[in-house]
Design a protein around this ligand. Structure first.
Ligand SMILES: *Cc1c(COP(=O)(O)O)cnc(C)c1O
Length: 427
């Protein structure tokens, strides 16, 4: 596989951007080699600057649930762009977007659009603190909620990949109110509540942890969080930046039948444009400025192009009710194929996942939390990753990222990827 153009670009990139990238995992630091520079994407494929084609299992880390460059979303965006790119004023599109999300997700009675998942989480936590008049926040080890200061404690995703447990540059004061619990261990949450019965504003959780690989919640875990929050007067926040409109149309709240007080979104709701949102109960959202005293604003928030892309994608997802069954079946095909490949090779590796989200861990431990996810042999992952990349399957360049399948993938794509894995494992 020819990679000269990507390599030359990376040489230039590292001179002018930290690590040559605008987001750390893209630098391939955990897997070695130089990153492939992507020129274009269509359907289930991405193409690099050297002209190589890959089956894409990243999907821009989640937004591209319909596959890349879906003609309906693409055309809607082009038409919208003809009316200008941004006004910084109220638009009909924002009303449509808010109504659409409130209609799809019953626990969202009001919503505020922002520009990223990071902003959504940061703002939701501020609203939770403003509403409850409390300061402390419980998060889970290995869950990633964007890069706001208070959330960079035992965080997943790139933070985990880089091997830095906590970021430098975060003042002690910013993180002192962040308490961490163990994923899938409601007892660890109860212990924190017992110690701090009157000072916890909220519990924030990825209802499926998809930033330490993919860790699925055990039966009853999420409903126990709901009960604990009710018992201690704290708010439950589902960070659905990945799971929203992916696990089911109504996200994890619908899938697991547990109702959070606030939800954060990103990724899918922008259809590939930079967007985030937070929403939930009307009484809580009413603390947000200009109605209430919790300030939060954004020059480009509710950007018309992003709204048009998001509305178009969400409508397609709402109308095509078979889509979740289809991407779920593709995910299952991938998981069972990978499982067979490692089993045939006699390796004790773990394949986890749910619906369109999957992960292969290089460990024999049952993966249920941060510690067990971290037991994966990342050196082995790196070698596997390079084989898959060189054979045309583009998976996340880190053990701790999910494999995403989209509605554009086919059984043949999955089978090709599984075959490459079988070859690698010598099955
Ligand atoms: C990606 C992600 C975020 C951060 O979103 P950005 O748009 O990258 O800021 C937050 N929470 C979860 C669960 C995510 O996966």
């Amino acid at each position: 596989m020819k990679t000269d153009v990507s390599e030359a670009l990376f040489e230039r990139a590292v001179k002018v951007m930290p690590g040559g990238v605008n987001s750390p995992v893209r630098a391939f630091g955990a897997v070695g080699g130089s990153p492939r520079f992507i020129k274009k994407a269509k359907g289930q494929y991405i193409y690099d600057e050297d002209g190589n084609r890959y089956i894409d299992y990243i999907g821009s880390w989640g937004p591209m649930i319909l596959g890349h460059c879906d003609s309906r979303v693409h055309e809607a965006v082009i038409r919208q762009a003809e009316n200008g790119l941004s006004y910084g004023a109220a638009t009909a599109l924002e009303v449509e977007m808010a109504e659409l999300i409130c209609e799809i997700v019953p626990c969202v009675e009001m919503i505020r659009m922002v520009n990223s998942g990071t902003e959504a989480v940061m703002s939701a936590i501020r609203a939770a603190r403003g509403f409850t008049g409390r300061d402390k926040v419980i998060k889970f080890e290995g869950c990633y909620h964007g890069h706001a200061d208070a959330m960079l404690v035992k965080a997943g995703s790139g933070v985990m990949t880089s091997g830095v447990p906590d970021s430098s540059g975060v003042p002690e004061g910013c993180a002192k109110d962040t308490l961490t619990a163990v994923y899938n261990d409601a007892g660890s949450v109860r212990a924190l509540f017992c110690k701090n019965p009157d000072s916890i504003a909220c519990v924030i959780v990825e209802p499926v942890a998809a930033n330490m690989g993919v860790v699925v919640p055990e039966e009853g875990f999420l409903s126990e969080l709901r009960q604990l929050c009710d018992e201690y007067g704290a708010l439950l926040i589902f960070d659905e930046v990945i799971t929203g409109f992916r696990l089911a149309l109504g996200g994890a709240a619908e899938y697991f039948g547990v109702t959070p007080d606030l939800v954060t979104y990103g990724k899918i709701i922008g259809g590939g444009m930079p967007v985030g949102a937070y929403g939930g109960r009307r009484d809580i959202m009413s603390v947000v400025s200009p109605v209430g005293k919790v300030y939060q604003a954004g020059t480009l928030s509710g950007n018309p192009i992003a709204m048009r892309a998001g509305i178009t994608q969400l409508r397609i997802l709402r109308e095509d009710r078979g889509i979740y069954g289809r991407i779920g079946a593709l995910g299952e095909r991938l998981r069972s194929g990978l499982k067979k490949a490692v089993e045939a090779a006699g390796l004790p590796y773990r394949v986890t996942g749910i619906g369109s989200l999957s992960c292969l861990y290089f460990t024999d431990a049952e993966v249920c939390d941060y510690e067990s996810a971290k037991s994966s042999d990342t050196g082995r992952f790196a070698a596997y990753f390079r084989h898959m990349l060189d054979h045309g399957s583009y998976i996340g360049p880190s053990q701790f990222e999910a494999l995403f399948v989209s509605a554009a993938h086919t059984d043949e794509d999955i089978d090709k990827t599984v075959k490459d894995a079988e070859e690698y494992f010598g099955a």
